[in-house]
Design a protein around this ligand. Structure first.
Ligand code: 5RP
Length: 273
């Protein structure tokens, strides 16, 4: 693998665990000002010291993240539809590879909509982005979107979407946790990270999702709403780090979460767990 591309990937997986805790704050690109991300800067800044990478669009990068940050950036470069449309799959590439290089990002990310009305278009977007990325040493993270059809969140479907993404050249794949998740990971030759999906009912449920994913072979998480829609986002991120990097159990991570929420400095003191 080319040195630049390899270096960019390694910076996103910095810990001796070989895993990564990516913080996803790209939701506004199709959801608009979703809950707790209305003021993206206010949400991002306290969390930034605890993230191994930050996933977002160029608009939020430019306006809401200090250029002094050393946190690797995963730049979303697909979009073009909003939640006002029934079909979210008609995405195009919205940001050029030259812009990604100019912004000094560590990877570019796009959604692929396998089984959707615009499957071909999204897969062609991926293939083109991989070609462009190869020219500049820029890794591509493919996001296997499930849209509104939650029944597609099963191992057979997600394994298909992840494998197709890897076959087309994605360097990392983001998908959803599901029953039989190890099948998804085992048949995907590139690292898999998991999204959290909509906010779950409890802290324990979100920690259980992350724990299950790591136990079954994921190389990390790329999570948003279950962190920044939590009442205690910093504590949540610390608890997730313990699972992803230190092999903590759900009970241990939950204890860490509760300890962090009762500490007076819990949500204001930066420092990496
Ligand atoms: C939005 C995304 C998100 O980055 C991804 O879904 C992770 O966020 P969450 O944990 O909130 O699902 O790709 O399209």
């Amino acid at each position: 693998m080319d040195w630049g591309l390899s270096n960019r990937i390694d910076r996103m997986f910095p810990s001796s665990s070989g895993n990564s805790v990516m913080l996803a704050v790209d939701h506004g690109y199709f959801m608009g000002p979703t809950r707790n991300l209305e003021n993206a800067k206010a949400t991002i800044l306290p969390l930034l010291p605890y993230a191994d990478a930050l996933a977002l669009t160029r608009g939020i990068l430019r306006t809401s993240v200090p250029p002094t940050t050393s946190t690797p950036i995963v730049l979303r470069v697909s979009g073009g539809v909003t939640i006002l449309k029934d079909d979210l799959s008609e995405e195009t590439i919205t940001t050029s590879i030259q812009e990604a290089v100019r912004l000094n990002v560590s990877a570019v990310a796009l959604s692929v909509f396998v089984g959707s009305a615009h499957e071909h278009q999204s897969l062609a977007n991926l293939a083109k982005l991989v070609d462009d990325g190869q020219t500049y040493g820029m890794p591509v993270l493919a996001i296997t979107a499930v849209g509104k059809e939650l029944e597609k969140r099963d191992a057979r479907y997600l394994a298909l979407a992840c494998r197709v993404s890897a076959e087309l050249g994605a360097h990392i794949v983001k998908t959803y946790y599901c029953e039989g998740f190890s099948k998804v990971v085992d048949s995907c030759p590139v690292p898999v990270v998991v999204a959290g999906g909509p906010k779950l009912d409890s802290i324990e449920a979100a920690l259980t999702l992350a724990h299950g994913a790591i136990a079954e072979g994921a190389k990390g998480i790329d999570m948003g709403r279950n962190i920044w829609q939590s009442e205690h986002p910093v504590a949540m991120l610390k608890a997730l780090r313990a699972i992803v990097h230190q092999g903590a159990t759900v009970r241990e991570a939950a204890a860490l979460f509760h300890e962090a929420t009762t500490s007076p400095k819990a949500s204001v003191t930066p420092g990496v767990a």
